[in-house]
Write a protein that binds this ligand. Structure first.
Ligand code: ZN
Length: 259
């Protein structure tokens, strides 16, 4: 059974470390910085087999060169649709990444919107989704489009509900604050906020969440729910015709008024 641990980086990034008990290799997801990874792998006596990258932003790819200098045999996987020169295997929707030493394989999902070629890795009950879906939120629209991100989130919402969601940032409490603007009467949201606030007070990550958690409390995954549609329409000042329009209103509301 594979084990997944966060390696904190910068202010609020998580670089995910994948290991298997009794095996001395490992993989990391989205290493924005090599230093904390090298330190952790040395402490654990692990060699790096593979680097999995979700998108082109520096806080996800900045550590690749430094890790390759340390472990030249590590294979660097990432999105075919993004300009990252350090990638060695360029992945498209439907491709598979097999990590035999860890005994795990991931399917590749195209989930554009935050960036134009963002991918996610799904397998073994886990989803590594970079900056597309966050716990209780989603990424900003940078080099993709609102419509792309709306569709990508709906796609992730159709994964099995028990899927564990490993996003790349600890933004959860701030995201839950905005979610409460959208659905102030949600008991599920209140319960999740209490649970996640307690985790942070203990110094623990709130990630992973699950697809079920996100469908229940993440407004950006709930653009078909009447309370969310009504709140977004109130902010926009007019009726919203479909899920993509609701998504665009929510994302713009949060960008302009919340953070
Ligand atoms: Zn990003």
């Amino acid at each position: 059974m594979i084990d997944v641990q966060p390696i904190p980086a910068f202010d609020d990034n998580y670089i995910w470390l994948l290991t298997r008990p009794g095996y001395d290799g490992c993989a990391v997801v989205d290493p924005g910085d090599e230093d904390p990874v090298i330190e952790r792998l040395r402490a654990l006596g692990l060699a790096l087999d593979a680097i999995l990258v979700t998108h082109k932003h520096g806080d996800h790819v900045g550590g690749i060169r430094g890790l390759k200098a340390e472990w030249p045999d590590a294979v660097v996987y990432g999105p075919a649709g993004e300009p990252v020169r350090t990638l060695e295997r360029r992945l498209r929707d439907g491709d598979r990444v097999t990590l035999p030493g860890l005994g795990v394989a991931f399917g590749v999902l195209d989930v554009p919107g935050h960036t134009e070629g963002h991918i996610a890795y799904h397998g073994d009950g886990m989803l590594f989704c970079g900056d597309t879906l966050f716990a209780a939120g989603c990424g900003r629209v940078f080099s993709g489009t609102f419509e792309q991100l709306s569709v990508s989130l709906q796609r992730l919402g159709r994964l099995p509900p028990e899927t564990r969601v490993y996003c790349a940032h600890e933004y959860t409490l701030a995201n839950l604050g905005f979610a409460a603007w959208v659905e102030p009467d949600s008991e599920l949201l209140g319960a999740r906020t209490a649970r996640d606030r307690a985790a942070r007070e203990r110094g623990e990550p709130t990630v992973p969440s699950s697809i079920a958690d996100e469908l229940a409390t993440n407004p950006f995954m709930r653009t078909d729910q009447p309370a969310v549609v009504a709140a977004a329409a109130r902010w926009a000042g007019h009726a919203l015709c479909d899920r993509d329009a609701v998504f665009r209103a929510l994302r713009t509301w949060k960008d302009r008024d919340y953070d």
